[in-house]
Design a protein around this ligand. Structure first.
Ligand code: PMP
Length: 381
């Protein structure tokens, strides 16, 4: 199978699996224990923290291990809502992940304002700037670095600067950026979230980078008192090995956008009427969100699967829900169009020839769908 659903999750490399396995066998002590096996793991945990912080160019002292970005995003909103003044307002972009939109709604309710995006999928920086000047009491802004569905990059560095000038907390969900593009500039964010499994690490571990002054999970005072609960050292170690692996690949990743671009050029010829979301603006080099001219997306997913290609319909978090994902709707597409979206996302292992074979498979899938529908019209006049 050729796997093209890397924005949902990535395959851990042999080195990552070996590091996880070794840590599980040899470093199973509790890092909070005073005995030898505990102290050894404590030292290793902090070495892994240093390694991850180095590759993200952030301060190791502000890295808190979490179960992933969902927990980190939730924690930062809950913290802001509880410790900022009761009238504090929050701004969030309309294309944020549900793990940002839902806590914004839960904790800030009518004090949260959604900032629209342009039809290209990029937030309007001028609009953010005027909202910051006009809406009184804004104390918290959340903007993702790169969108998980379209790959469209957001002006997070500029928004971080606007917030810093006004002493506003700026949170960046960097889950899709980290591991695909260089991490420089993240120290300008007040807080940052990331998940290991998006960059070749295991699931169930991630980070919140922030100097939150109060705990967000109470109990045993681990993680500098910020997040209680025994740390999952094997997963943390595997995340640090994944970070080292991605750091060595980062220089060559952006050049791979030409493989995706050639795929899209071919698709545009073979599928008249095809639209590609965010094509006119900077995107992650690995992502292509296709609005197919015909047939519902799940029919393509099924046909492509039989042909040996795994693709997706969008965010893994919105699959199974009846509502369309909010991202295409925020970009001005209709719910009917959203049902024709197919997301392709590569990562380290997919080759140029995989992309070209995928374009061929799309044509085969469409031919089969055409045949299915002409057959069914004979059966049911
Ligand atoms: N934010 C973004 C942008 C994501 O793509 C995801 C995962 N789809 C998350 C947050 C949540 O990550 P996790 O499920 O690992 O907590």
């Amino acid at each position: 199978m050729a796997y093209f659903d890397n924005n949902a999750t990535t395959r851990p490399s042999a080195e990552v699996r070996a590091a996880f396995d070794q840590a599980l066998r040899e470093s199973w002590g509790n890092p909070s224990s005073p005995c030898r096996s505990g102290v050894e793991v404590r030292v290793r945990l902090d070495q892994a923290r240093e390694c991850i912080a180095r590759s993200l160019e952030v301060d190791a002292g502000s890295v808190t291990f979490t179960s992933g970005s969902t927990e980190a995003n939730n924690a930062v909103f809950a913290h802001a809502a509880r410790f900022f003044e009761p009238s504090a307002r929050a701004l969030v972009s309309s294309i944020e992940h549900p793990s940002v939109l839902a806590p914004a709604d839960h904790w800030f309710a009518e004090r949260a304002q959604t900032v629209p995006v342009e039809p290209t999928g990029v937030i309007d920086l001028g609009h953010v700037s005027s909202l910051l000047d006009e809406v009184s009491g804004v104390r918290f802004v959340s903007l993702m670095a790169a969108n998980n569905e379209t790959g469209v990059l957001q002006p997070w560095r500029e928004v971080a600067d606007l917030c810093r000038e006004r002493e506003i907390h700026f949170h960046c969900d960097a889950t899709q950026w980290i591991g695909k593009l260089p991490s420089c500039g993240f120290s300008a964010c007040s807080s940052l979230s990331a998940s290991a499994h998006k960059l070749g690490g295991p699931k169930g571990v991630g980070i919140l980078v922030s100097d939150l002054p109060r705990p967000f999970i109470l109990g045993g005072s681990q993680e500098g008192g910020r997040r209680s609960g025994t740390e999952n050292y094997p997963a943390v170690k595997a995340m640090s090995v994944a970070c080292e692996g991605m750091s060595s690949l980062l220089p060559e990743f952006p050049d791979r956008s030409c493989w995706r671009d050639s795929f899209e050029t071919r698709m545009l010829v073979d599928f008249p009427g095809l639209q590609i979301l965010g094509k006119e603006v900077p995107r992650l080099w690995n992502t292509s969100m296709l609005l197919m001219p015909d047939y519902e997306n799940l029919r393509y997913v099924g046909k492509l699967d039989k042909l040996g290609f795994e693709v997706s319909t969008g965010s893994a978090c919105s699959i199974g829900k009846d509502d369309a994902s909010s991202v295409p709707l925020a970009m001005g597409f209709s719910p009917e169009q959203a049902k024709r979206l197919v997301r392709i996302s590569s990562y380290a292992e997919q080759t140029e020839s995989d992309w070209m074979s995928l374009a061929t498979a799309f044509c085969d899938a469409r031919d089969e769908l055409d045949q299915d529908s002409s057959g069914s019209s004979v059966i049911s006049p």
